[in-house]
Design a protein around this ligand. Structure first.
Ligand code: IFG
Length: 517
């Protein structure tokens, strides 16, 4: 055979091998999809639904809320696939090739945020008893839509067929962002909220005041932001949210079924307020603004009536802008407040918060006071305080600094963060169970988990991303998936698969050596 023929034969064989190996691997095993948080039940049927230019989303007719969720899914799928999926109102049961979001036919036992996802070759059907459940299911659809089209043009994209029945273990799955030590503008905050939605986080706690900055406009006390919001750690220009901007953040979060929890830290961590109004100080003198990172040196004057007028105005104005049930009163590290003054202060502040219809959350030191039965102690440092809190009938929000503080360095080489509590590598942040972390504090005492991001060393969105990822997905799974179904040696492979999502969302994540990327 002439050489040319041999060469041609080899070329043809190579082309065949390449075409077979490049063919997107059919994602036909739904049980192998890398979903985080891990769903409660998944059963695969071994085929695939194909998304292409004919795919359309249908939602129950007559619901702006469902149309908004449908459009959210369309926008996300179109952005990642290049398709142009549109949203229609379903007058009747949609047919072949549809993605159907509906509130009918779902089991009420799935609760507020549960959903049932049924994928066949013909249709993707997402049903839930409540709109929040549909939104949670939408995140699952985003995660199981394989984007491995190598054709270079949109589609086809596939979703493995089967059924997912899912609902969260805890009702409070949160992240806190400290916008006081360093201020972050509305767009950065919205980007963080967008990331949280992808992992079914449903609570966003904003640490709005501290020694270094007051970050929320209070119309009756304008100097809090004019003066108290004018700087930050390191002396930068700081900043603050007008009430309109705060409301914009609240709505952006609510559209993603995320509830904002505002925190005004008191009586300690109040230098910015004290510097703004001399009358709030026991000696009538306003201290300078503070741009360092010490804690525990400031205290509102718990003996002065004007202090409670101030707090009443602040709680009233912020509560009026906050649809969520919680108001966080801080209460941590009040080393400059005598305990005999701290206790009646917290008691009185709880009454003020209740007057405005909100439920108190506070760092675990508030357990020293007489907690209202529906108050929540956020456990960060003291197991003793957690026990004191539940002894009073209060609930616990689990944020142990040694496990959940995502401002902690991963290890001693991490360029950002602190390590006073611990170095927290990705497996350390995943390998714990809130319901057995503190002896005597069981699941029945716990409303959920939250990952605080303190920002003494965090100055920009890239930094937030680096410390959030890849630990935040682990916190999300701890809050959603039953501990009996959680195992680091299995989770780490799912997490590794999420690198494609981090890259697609342009997230500056830490490539931990503990994860098999
Ligand atoms: N503890 C302080 C925070 C912050 C943190 C940094 C709490 C409740 C250390 N209080 O955590 O203000 O400085 O890791």
């Amino acid at each position: 055979m002439k050489k040319i023929h041999i060469f041609q034969t080899i070329l043809i064989m190579m082309a065949m091998i390449i075409s077979v190996s490049c063919k997107p691997k059919e994602p036909t095993d739904l049980a192998k999809a890398s979903i985080i948080p891990k769903p409660v039940t998944v059963s695969a049927t071994g085929e695939a639904f194909t998304l292409n230019s004919k795919t359309a989303i249908f939602v129950d007719a007559g619901s702006d809320e469902l149309t908004r969720t449908g459009q959210y899914l369309a926008d996300k799928l179109n952005a990642s696939t290049g398709l142009t999926i549109v949203v229609n109102e379903a007058q009747t049961e949609p047919g072949k090739g549809s993605i159907f979001l509906t509130l009918s036919g779902a089991d009420q036992s799935l609760g507020e945020e549960g959903y049932l996802l049924t994928v066949t070759k013909q249709q993707v059907k997402l049903s839930a008893a409540n709109p929040a459940g549909l939104f949670m299911g939408v995140q699952t659809i985003r995660q199981i839509t394989a984007r491995d089209s190598v054709s270079g043009k949109p589609g086809p994209f596939r979703i493995a067929t089967g059924t997912i029945t899912d609902h969260p273990d805890y009702s409070y799955r949160g992240m806190m962002l400290d916008v006081s030590r360093h201020f972050f503008g509305v767009e950065d905050v919205k980007q963080v909220i967008e990331y949280l939605a992808f992992y079914k986080i449903n609570m966003f706690h904003m640490h709005l005041s501290d020694d270094q900055g007051w970050r929320i406009e209070i119309k009756s006390w304008p100097n809090l932001t004019a003066h108290g919001g004018s700087t930050q750690v390191g002396g930068g220009q700081g900043g603050f949210y007008t009430q309109e901007q705060y409301s914009d953040i609240v709505k952006f979060a609510a559209d993603r079924y995320i509830t904002v929890v505002p925190e005004i830290d008191m009586p300690g961590h109040t230098n910015a307020a004290l510097s703004s109004y001399p009358e709030l100080n026991c000696n009538g003198k306003a201290p300078d603004l503070y741009t360092g990172t010490d804690v525990g040196f400031s205290s509102l004057c718990t003996k002065k009536e004007i202090t409670y007028t101030f707090i009443d105005d602040v709680v009233r104005e912020i509560s009026a802008l906050t649809p969520g049930p919680f108001f966080h009163i801080g209460g941590d590290e009040s080393h400059a407040t005598k305990v005999e003054d701290y206790i009646p202060f917290i008691n009185r502040v709880q009454d003020i918060v209740a007057k405005y219809g909100k439920r108190v959350i506070g760092w675990d030191e508030i357990a020293l006071s007489t907690l209202k039965p529906n108050s929540v102690a956020q456990c960060w440092a003291s197991e003793e305080n957690a026990i004191k809190a539940i002894a009073q009938g209060a609930k616990i929000l689990m944020s142990p600094a040694k496990k959940a503080y995502i401002d902690m360095q991963y290890d001693k080489s991490t360029p950002l963060g602190l390590h006073w509590a611990a170095y927290i590598e990705v497996d350390d942040g995943y390998n714990w169970d809130p319901a057995s972390y503190i002896p005597g504090v069981g699941k029945e005492n716990i409303i959920g988990v939250e990952a605080p991001m303190w920002t003494e060393t965090i100055t920009k969105l890239d930094d937030i991303e680096y410390m959030m990822f890849p630990r935040l997905p682990g916190i999300a799974e701890i809050g959603w998936t039953p501990v009996s179904m959680r195992n680091w040696d299995e989770y780490k492979f799912r997490l590794a698969q999420h690198a494609k999502f981090f890259e697609e969302m342009d997230i500056n994540y830490y490539k931990s050596p503990r994860v098999p990327w």
